[in-house]
Design a protein around this ligand. Sequence first.
Ligand SMILES: C[S@@+](CC[C@H](N)C(=O)[O-])C[C@H]1O[C@@H](n2cnc3c(N)ncnc32)[C@H](O)[C@@H]1O
Length: 311
Amino acid sequence: MAHGMAETSSATETGGVTELDGLDLVDPGLMRMVGEHYDSEPLMRLAGEIHFDAELSRAEVAAALRVYGRPLPSLVYLPCCGPLRHAAPLLEAGAERLVCVDLSRGALEAGLARNVPAPFRPRLDVRHGDVRAAARALPPGGAEFAFMGGNSLGDVTDPGGHERFIAALAGALAPGGVLVFDYAGGRYAPDAGDGTTEWPELYRGPDGDVEAVDRRRRTLRPLDGTPMAVLSVACEVVEAATGRTVVPPHTYEKLAVPDDVLAEQFARAGLELTDAGPVAEWSPYHRDRIDRVGDLGMLGEPDHWYRAVRA
Ligand SMILES: C[S@@+](CC[C@H](N)C(=O)[O-])C[C@H]1O[C@@H](n2cnc3c(N)ncnc32)[C@H](O)[C@@H]1O
């Protein structure tokens, strides 16, 4: 049974994570991306990745709660929670229980072990599965507040699946409930040139630290017959000295939806969407880090907060 919470389905729990049904319905492209990118153990060992950056996660929660603008309810829903890096700051801010859903079992397990102190774990209901099949994990009347951090919108790149994803977010909310999320959309478009960026990385390997090079190539292709586009990021990380593979080459994708189109999609799902402006304008931590180090990529300058209210 899920930690400290009533189980409502026949799902099984292992290692603090309960299975949701419906994984067989997830499109193969998304499953491949989750397997190659979000489940990737070597990727989680890169010092520059955000998975275990507690200061960043705390700053995001502090800013998101300001965007939310209401007293924190006892239950918070975290769709696409990944490595659970927002869980502890939300509990510390006053939430009592969290329902956390993600397709990456690797991220959930690593996050439970490293981002959630043991005394907090009984207050989490952690579900491995698709947000579009999460209804049974949520209270019957819906959640008053959902928070989807880390630029998670757009991982479902097929237009029908994307609209079902938004409908599921709407369905998870109580009437008048609010979803706060950040999204870079089309603002994280490739630069002029071939769109390749390369930077030094530190790989915290099982046998010690290894100097590495992280190379990512961004391309943006229009999605035929729609005003949307798909951003593809080809990623490879190699040892600086030898060129040996550290993170196997793979590609991950994001749907880039223009703001006016996004507002229409949310309206169709019964959600009134507001673009609350750049994350960095709500978070002194982000502003400072962008100005000094500039290493936040999709979570940096292009990233905006959005507030969606269910009618
Ligand atoms: C960019 S990551 C952000 C993770 C986390 N929110 C954070 O800030 O660290 C996006 C996450 O969404 C998850 N995801 C994408 N599509 C999903 C879906 N349809 N249902 C559940 N999880 C999904 C991925 O597995 C991944 O962990």
